[in-house]
Design a protein. Sequence first.
Length: 331
Amino acid sequence: MDVVAFTRALVDIESITGNEEKVGTYLQAELSRLGWVASKQSVDGTRANILATLANAPNPAIVFSTHMDTVPPFIPSSEDEMRVYGRGSCDAKGIIAVQVAAAEKLRKEGIPVGLLFVVGEERDSQGARLANEKPIGSKFLVNGEPTENRLGLASKGTLRLQVIAEGRMAHSAYPELGESAIDKLLEALRRLRAMPLPSDAEIGPCTFNIGLIEGGRAPNVIPDYAQAELLYRLVGPAGELRRQISEAVAGHARVEFGLEIPLMRLEKVAGLPTMVAAFTTDIPALTNWGRPLLIGPGSIHVAHTTGEYVDKSQLAEAVEKYCTIAKQLLS
């Protein structure tokens, strides 16, 4: 299988989260053409996961999985001697191509695996959560994300929250008559930035990002409302961190906690280089698909960028690594 050509064909099908129908249909057709039993798992309207197994092995011990959706904007594929470029080239359409190629190679050696390609990873893991309700009895799930072909020892968790400050409007010429919500929010954020965060000897530090700030009415109005959206990368349970965050902003703002994804410690395979993923994956939403592993070609540092790419050498290397992992897991 030409993994470069397959990667480019997948990249050239726009599949920004919510619009995965066409790439799913293409994958189902290609896998069926290769002789796989490929079916759709309806998720939301025309959006569907793709599950593929072999007719003589409908319940394989190992399943390779990754996601079909991408972040915006759509960027068509291109290539040079060293790399394939375009949206999804490393996150994660190159990984889809590699997993199919590895599954085909294993099939010829009499080693059956399954393939699960899901929708919605870039937003809320909706496809993975639905797939988790329909496991096929696999013992291992090899999830694909760009790790530069290093095996993930763990993936950090995620905690999203809003910090909300309220004040009182007044004419800006008479600030003493009002109460600035923006001033309150700035002080709350200052306290959060100064707050020590936990660290783990193997996984590294908990980090956070102030991703969005909004508030106010007009330059000549004392603002009565302001908020910020934050995201923490977790290295352990979030209970104590939640308490510290709420305590730090008390008297200036309130906190509304949102999505929480736990830290995941992952399966190891001897002889492979390792890493720790500071990003989250679909793995926490696929707990019924077996003991999780994480590996894939490409670098997360170029994922979601205008210059996203994957090295052709890493694509070829990844095919061999997926085969090696499958054989070691089965032995």
